[in-house]
Design a protein around this ligand. Structure first.
Ligand code: HEC
Ligand code: HEC
Length: 290
């Protein structure tokens, strides 16, 4: 072979290899994102009376759907992810909900499985999984009253991954939420009576775990272990949840202040008191660990 031919062949091989690598990464990540889940649909009673709809609106606030989907539920971009990795869109719910049946909304909230059978990313279905059926029914009742609105300006209609993002998927650094939830487990984890510590535990599991982790241990570099709440007096705790002002009169501790002021403030006195009672049972005690 002449020198020129060798260079040409090597260059072609290199290009071929690069195309192959791109193809494999693209193909693999697409298969990952498009995995289908066969979680059966189950019906639920959706009330229609105005009191239930109003309660549904309150529950949607406490579930802080608006923190990702925009406060008017008209769609938002998840901004914790760098743009060179992915643009993750929490879509316009005023347009999505009408194309979902009630049973499909239940499956989405409890198992993180979308209408098309694929898993959601980011959306904390593992937390909504713990909501009692009655609350999910009221949430749906309220969502059904939303009037169709245009999507928030500058929010794309769907999520997209860059090459770097797809590489992270191949490296196993992206979670499909549906993988975190075992099938047929609704109502299995949290005992939910309406009094005292066990009610507090139910509320904390179904409200705080999205950010503080499934065992309340916090997430390194993001949120603290909720054992920190044991250092709060009851009135300071109320102040944090209702106004976002943390112990020591810290008026803005970032996301927690925002989510408290905007969403968690809708927890009623009895609920905040119960969460407080639960969080006072230190992690060493059985109630916290259950
Ligand atoms: C932490 C952010 C976050 C929260 C909180 C959240 N979502 Fe989402 N949601 C998302 C993201 C991101 C998507 C798009 C996921 C995807 O396509 O992988 C999504 C998708 C959806 C979809 C559309 C699925 C589809 O078929 O495209 C619906 C409906 C939905 N969410 C409803 C809700 C409701 C109701 C709540 C509150 C009870 C909620 N979400 C809370 C982030 C969130
Ligand atoms: C949307 C995410 C999110 C949710 C939901 C959330 N937290 Fe937080 N929380 C945080 C983050 C993040 C911090 C760390 C402070 C910061 O930078 O905002 C924090 C901090 C705290 C702190 C410590 C404040 C301090 O003194 O520094 C307490 C106590 C707390 N959260 C309690 C709760 C309770 C109780 C719930 C449920 C009712 C809850 N949080 C739900 C994100 C959240």
């Amino acid at each position: 072979m002449t020198k020129r031919k060798i260079i040409k062949t090597s260059a072609l091989t290199l290009v071929g290899l690069i195309v192959l690598i791109f193809g494999v990464i693209y193909g693999w990540s697409t298969i990952f994102l498009n995995k289908s889940y066969s979680i059966p649909l189950s019906e639920i009673t959706v009330p229609r009376d105005t009191a239930s709809i109003a309660e549904g609106e309150r529950l949607v606030h406490i579930a802080h759907c608006g923190d990702c989907h925009n406060e008017h539920l008209t769609g938002g971009v998840f901004d914790n992810i760098p743009k060179n990795v992915a643009t993750l869109v929490a879509p316009n719910l005023t347009q999505k909900i009408p194309i979902y049946t009630n049973a499909e909304i239940v499956r989405l909230l409890r198992y993180g499985v979308k209408k098309n059978g694929h898993s959601v990313l980011i959306m904390p279905a593992f937390m909504y999984h713990e909501l009692k059926a009655e609350s999910i029914g009221k949430i749906i009742a309220y969502l059904r009253t939303l009037q169709k609105q245009p999507t928030t300006p500058n929010v794309p209609s769907s999520s997209s991954f860059t090459f770097l993002g797809r590489l992270l998927i191949v490296k196993g650094e992206v979670n499909r939420i549906a993988d975190l939830i075992a099938p047929n487990t609704e109502g299995k984890y949290v005992h939910c009576d309406t009094t005292g510590v066990s009610f507090g535990r139910y509320l904390a599991v179904s409200t705080c775990t999205a950010c503080h982790g499934p065992d309340f241990k916090g997430e390194t570099g993001f949120s603290p272990d909720l054992v920190i709440a044991a250092s709060y007096g009851k009135s300071d705790f109320f102040k944090l949840i209702r106004t976002g002002v943390a112990l020591g009169d810290r008026k803005d501790i970032g996301l927690m202040s925002h989510v408290a002021k905007k969403y968690l403030c809708r927890l009623n006195d009895h609920e905040i008191e119960s969460i407080y009672a639960f969080l006072q049972t230190r992690p060493t005690q059985s109630e916290f660990k259950k």
